[in-house]
Ligand binder design. Structure first.
Ligand code: GMT
Length: 376
């Protein structure tokens, strides 16, 4: 049986948008009809696929509205698509506003569409602490037909912060192993002017304060004292100016490459020897998984879902938040020891494939959809 599934996510760069879009693409490959409903085309939705449709939410800009009514317009568009396309499932990523909009849309449409909500982290760990949103988040969770979260840690944080009366199932994020794999990128190192014998450390994020990119720079400064190395910073965001200033202050300007937003990051991972993810909030850490799939050992903080992705002592190391000296020591240990690096790299690829392979995770979502439909 093939399903008709609506998907709503934040379409701009971000792990939740990536996961939602990749899930839609995979489900479309399996023959399900996928209807993306969002404010703009999800950035990863590039190729044409006859099973994928896109419905843009248009928001009125009447002068009487102090704020454009995006949430109402989204609910209205969702209801329109539910009815016209006879959706079986509406899968929304983020409790607010998307789950709340989906519940409203279901009522507007009058159709028994099943609502699946996936929690990604920011909606709980950041917004969940805002009293003006807590009750709405709890409502979105409790009134969804099924709720999933991207890590076990996020489930316990959701119960701690929001206290919903609802079971939540962990379904991990995944990578498309056809894309994320180690490729020969020696030519790229030359293109970036990095001598072949120099080590490459990579960090990929949206440079928000929670990513603690300043800790990455401080750690790199210590590593660069012992090893010839370059740091690749991939992405863009609010902290970039602070980070540039710190790079200059620590005399690292020739050693840190600010690459900005990049596509085909698998090439950049493939030329890297180590990934650093030193966040203070991280429900999963999709970038660590992407790096692992390309054979890059990772050092991450003991925060949120990171220890569910990086296996301490097998695919990298887990260190305490802000413990720059230990992080730098462990990084140098991996980078100076070819045998350890190879073991961690091979094990990273194995874990990415065994635990987070696309077909495995997409099947879990598919089973969940079919169970919901069977129950109705
Ligand atoms: O990390 C971000 O700032 C972006 C955020 C998002 O909403 O896209 O990422 C969240 O969802 C990703 C996909 O599930 C997770 O890999 C990230 O860990 C999570 N971010 C946080 O929890 C801070």
């Amino acid at each position: 049986m093939k399903l008709k599934i609506g998907i709503t996510c934040y379409p701009t760069v971000g792990g939740s948008g990536v996961v939602a879009t990749e899930l839609g693409k995979m489900l479309a490959e399996k023959g399900h009809k996928i209807h993306f409903i969002s404010s703009s085309l999800p950035f990863r939705l590039k190729e044409r696929n006859c099973n994928i449709y896109y419905h843009q939410v248009e928001v009125s800009q009447y002068s009487v509205f102090q704020y454009p009514p995006y949430d109402i317009a989204l609910a209205n568009k969702m209801a329109e698509v539910i009815n016209r396309e006879e959706l079986d499932i509406l899968h929304v990523h983020y409790a607010v506003p998307h789950a709340v909009c989906a519940i409203l849309a279901k009522q507007i449409s009058g159709r028994n569409v099943k609502i699946v909500t996936t929690l990604h982290g920011t909606d709980i760990t950041v917004l969940g602490e805002d009293p003006s949103l807590t009750d709405a988040i709890r409502f979105g969770i409790e009134k969804s037909d099924t709720v999933t979260a991207v890590s076990k840690s996020l489930i316990s944080q959701t119960y701690d912060l929001i206290k919903p009366d609802k079971p939540i199932e962990a379904i991990y994020n995944f990578i498309d192993e056809r894309v994320y794999q180690k490729i020969d990128s020696t030519y790229l190192k030359a293109e970036y002017g990095i001598p072949q014998e120099e080590k490459v450390i990579i960090h990929v994020s949206n440079f928000r304060a929670v990513k603690r990119v300043t800790d990455i720079i401080k750690t790199f400064a210590k590593i660069a004292e012992s090893i010839p190395a370059k740091l690749l910073l991939v992405g863009d965001g609010p902290e970039v100016t602070i980070i540039c200033d710190l790079v200059s202050e620590l005399n690292l300007r020739g050693k840190v490459l600010f690459l900005g937003k990049q596509s085909n990051v698998e090439e950049l991972y493939s030329m890297s020897d180590l990934m650093l993810l030193l966040s203070q909030k991280e429900s999963f850490g999709l970038v660590a998984l992407e790096a692992m799939a390309c054979g890059v050992p990772c050092i991450g903080t003991n925060i949120g879902g990171i220890p569910e992705v990086i296996i301490d002592g097998e695919t990298g190391f887990i260190c305490e938040l802000g413990d720059i000296n230990t992080i730098a020591d462990k990084a140098i240990y991996i980078l100076m020891n070819d045998n350890i690096h190879k073991c961690f790299s091979d094990r990273s690829i194995e874990v990415a494939n065994e635990k987070f392979r696309a077909d495995l995770i997409v099947k879990q979502y598919e089973d969940l959809y079919f169970n919901l439909i069977r129950r109705s």
